[in-house]
Write a protein that binds this ligand. Structure first.
Ligand SMILES: [Zn+2]
Ligand SMILES: [Zn+2]
Length: 336
């Protein structure tokens, strides 16, 4: 079977591998679609310092069940999506149902080989029937679930003013699910094309371009009160620190993106506002189900989000293009 391997940063190679044999308690999945994530781009560019190369990337996947578990939940031919965070089920976080921050988490395409291949044998518990959505949509559930999880962490309420800082796919996901909860959403990003995309495709109430006068604009759209909830999806330490200043008195700051750095903030400002500070990591089954339900109801603009596609065989030659900001990539899908 065709498999694309990231051998070392910057090098992708196609090779033929043996098709895996279905493991005990596992399903054999015929991979059909794989979404390309910021994580994959970081693996490719070598900005994932703890990753072991070579690695088969890809954790946003959908496919068709080739061989189910005998007597299991899934049947041959079912269209399925995958929860790519393989959790242990026994650690302190898993025991509380917080499988998204499992102590022993194994993420497909990061800690173990992922979906840039034709077949995967996966534990049945992490494979779910994707009813009422397309294969493309099923491959887009994961990044959307990360946004949905963050919005659930913040417990966004109807009518709240929400600011999402960073309009990459994850930030966009947070915007979509905050809006679906009835919040008034403002987007801010440094890239004009992304700001325009949020305004045009995601129906945000306000969209602001980072730069001179941006704080005045954020102040103006909230009558000087700033935001009940601020979501950071920038992956930038300075931006995270700046975001503390956008939280209204009594507000909440949710950090979705992670940086390998120390974050500092002014304690008097933090206390004055009685800020609630939350980390948000990955997503749980509940979030995946929230996304699937919203897709089924036609509430997620998946066609607009899927800006690019390529065949698995073309990945070694064409992957590099996805890094070019001029191409306006939001979500690329690899067809297997
Ligand atoms: Zn992802
Ligand atoms: Zn665990």
């Amino acid at each position: 079977m065709l498999t694309v391997i990231c051998e070392t940063p910057g090098t992708l190679r196609a090779e033929q591998r043996e098709r895996p044999v279905r493991g005990e308690g596992e399903v054999l999945l015929r991979v059909k679609r794989v979404g390309v994530c910021g994580t994959d781009l970081h693996i490719f560019t070598g900005n994932q310092p703890f990753l072991q190369y070579p690695r088969v990337m890809g954790h946003e996947l959908s496919g068709v069940i080739e061989e189910p578990v005998p007597g299991g939940r899934l049947a041959k031919g079912d269209v399925a999506y995958v929860m790519p965070y393989l959790s242990c089920g026994t650690c302190v976080a898993c025991r509380q149902g917080k499988t998204n921050c499992c102590v022993n988490i194994q993420v497909l395409g990061v800690h173990r080989d992922g979906a840039f291949t034709e077949y995967l044998s996966l534990p049945e518990a992490f494979v779910h029937k994707a009813e009422g959505v397309t294969l493309d949509q099923a491959a887009m559930v994961e990044f959307l679930a990360i946004g949905a999880h963050a919005v659930r962490r913040g417990n966004v309420q109807p009518g709240q003013r929400v600011l999402v800082v960073g309009a990459g796919p994850i930030g966009m996901a947070a915007m979509i699910f905050a809006r679906l909860r009835g919040a008034e959403v403002t987007a801010i990003d440094g890239r004009q094309d992304r700001v325009d995309f949020c305004r045009r495709e995601l129906g945000v109430t306000h969209a602001v371009t980072l730069g001179e006068g941006d704080v005045d604009q954020l102040s103006k759209v909230t009558n000087g009160e700033f935001f009940d909830q601020v979501f950071d999806a920038t992956g930038n330490a300075k931006a995270i620190e700046r975001g503390f200043g956008f939280v209204a008195h009594g507000g909440t700051y949710v950090l979705i993106s992670v940086v390998r750095d120390t974050i500092t903030f002014s304690d008097p400002e933090f206390h004055k506002r009685e800020t609630t500070l939350l980390g948000s990591r990955n997503a749980t089954t509940e979030d995946f189900e929230t996304v699937i339900a919203a897709m089924r109801e036609g509430k997620v603009p998946t066609a607009a989000l899927n800006t690019h596609r390529m065949a698995l065989a073309d990945v070694p030659a064409d992957f590099q293009q996805l890094l070019d900001p001029a191409r306006g990539v939001v979500k690329a899908i690899v067809e297997v």
